[in-house]
Design a protein around this ligand. Structure first.
Ligand code: SF4
Length: 62
């Protein structure tokens, strides 16, 4: 795994659909202050949650 890469959720775009939490095989996404956030101790960067978000809030960054 490339440590520089990261999957991030934009809190401005997150509408808490919960779709990312349903698909994450690691159960790495939880809710904090009404927004979905990723637990990087669990996230494997598989990217499964990225297309699952109906609001386009999740993306991979370098
Ligand atoms: S990239 Fe994969 S492991 Fe990380 S939060 Fe998204 S679905 Fe879960």
């Amino acid at each position: 795994m490339d440590d520089k890469k990261k999957v991030v959720i934009d809190p401005e775009k997150c509408k808490l659909s919960g779709e990312c939490m349903k698909v994450c095989p690691e159960k790495a996404i939880y809710v904090k202050d009404g927004k979905a956030v990723i637990d990087y101790d669990k996230c494997t960067l598989d990217g499964i949650c990225i297309p699952a978000c109906p609001n386009g809030a999740i993306r991979e960054i370098e």
